[in-house]
Design a protein around this ligand. Structure first.
Ligand code: NAD
Length: 344
């Protein structure tokens, strides 16, 4: 099968990372990206040799005035690709859906879009098979991806019946200087469940999930306190074994001396070029098992956790790879994801 040609629409926090991740795969080709403004991200893309397209005809002049060559409009890019990854702000992808469909391209959306935008809501460790050959999938949000990696791993090993999660959300991404709050803990929303429970159920229909969330003034990762009721009694050893054998989950040992997201990101700064942490980080010493109940604390790097899932989603929708295990292993090897590539 010829390497599918991929276009990325929306070149922000997620789009830039997905575009780079696509270009690191040998079985797919990054055809180009759609950018709205000729800002520093556009200049850096051009310097990397990435072909740049614009949403309409009007923006091209401003790009050219900034020394950035424009290859064409979004329509020109869609004519050249087999699959589009939409990484535009929440709601824009749904507006583009008609356009994508008219060009007959497969579509990968992000978690900010409503579930109805795609045939399948997607999480690699849970339901890769459902996405194989689908014309559209939606990679669930960063928090939901973190929760689902945990739930599906423990469900496969021990069975999971109920989940309660308290989510402490970062307020903004590091580059978003206008967002808040800057001095408040905001209930998100001031009732339960938060939208994360609904989002998780778009993938895992049979597990009862309840979530509550608050937003805090930080840009460095989300933190979850999670309690799970298993189908049977289990030992701490069984839970640790299931988590340590799963891909994309890192059990962080107490000896690392890390008790904050600040230290986690600082450690990543010295082990990875951009300090991304696409793995789900589970604090080993926080894991407690009592009979059939497990509780633990985990951290989610919002900027990067969904990037490997986007690569798997491209392989699934294009039919490039039918096996979840093979796609996950290939993605993780090429993106250097996993325990052996982290700083431990
Ligand atoms: P972002 O604001 O960082 O980037 C979006 C990009 O799309 C910007 O460069 C913007 O200029 C561009 N854009 C806006 N309108 C456009 C249009 N009409 N056509 C083409 N490009 C357009 O957003 P993000 O944080 O990367 O989020 C993208 C999606 O990923 C959202 O659905 C979001 O919910 C989801 N997501 C975000 C995070 C996160 O923490 N940042 C994590 C997981 C999922």
């Amino acid at each position: 099968m010829a390497a599918p040609r991929v276009g990325v629409v929306g070149y922000g926090t997620i789009g830039r990372r997905v575009a780079e991740a696509v270009s690191l795969q040998s079985d797919m080709h990054l055809e180009g990206v759609v950018k709205t403004r000729p800002d520093y991200a556009a200049i850096q893309a051009a310097m990397r040799g990435i072909d740049i397209y614009v949403p309409g005809g009007g923006e091209a002049e401003r790009f050219e005035a900034n020394g950035i060559r424009v290859r064409g409009t979004i329509g020109d890019l869609l004519e050249r690709v087999d699959v589009v990854v939409d990484a535009t702000p929440a709601g824009v992808g749904s507006k583009y859906k008609g356009l994508y469909s008219r060009y007959g391209v497969r579509q990968v959306y992000q978690g900010g879009e409503p579930p109805e935008v795609a045939k399948v809501s997607f999480s690699s460790l849970c339901n890769y098979g459902e996405a194989v050959g689908a014309d559209s999938v939606r990679v669930v949000s960063c928090n939901t991806t973190g929760l689902l990696r945990l739930i599906c791993t423990l469900d496969r090993a021990l069975g999971v019946r109920r989940v309660w999660a308290f989510i402490v959300r970062r307020a903004a991404d590091p580059g978003e200087y206008k967002k808040g709050p800057i001095n408040s803990i905001v209930l998100d929303p001031p009732k339960t469940p938060s939208h994360h429970a609904r989002d998780a159920k778009t993938v895992l229909r049979d597990v009862d999930v309840e979530t509550a969330a608050v937003v805090v003034p930080t840009t460095l990762m989300h933190v979850h306190y999670v309690r799970l009721k298993l189908s049977r009694e289990a030992s701490l050893g069984e839970v640790m074994e299931a988590l340590s054998e799963a891909p994309r989950i890192v059990l962080l040992p107490g000896r690392a001396g890390i008790k904050s997201t600040a230290q986690l990101v600082e450690a990543a700064r010295f082990s990875r070029p951009r300090a991304d942490i696409p793995e789900l980080i589970v604090f080993e010493e926080s894991i407690s098992v009592r009979g059939d109940e497990v509780s633990l604390i985990q951290a989610v790097h919002q900027e990067s956790i969904v990037v490997p899932e986007n690569i798997d989603a491209i392989r699934a929708v294009t039919g490039l790879e039918a096996s979840a295990e093979r796609s996950i292993a290939l993605t993780d090897e090429t993106l250097r994801i996993g325990r052996k590539h982290f700083f431990l």
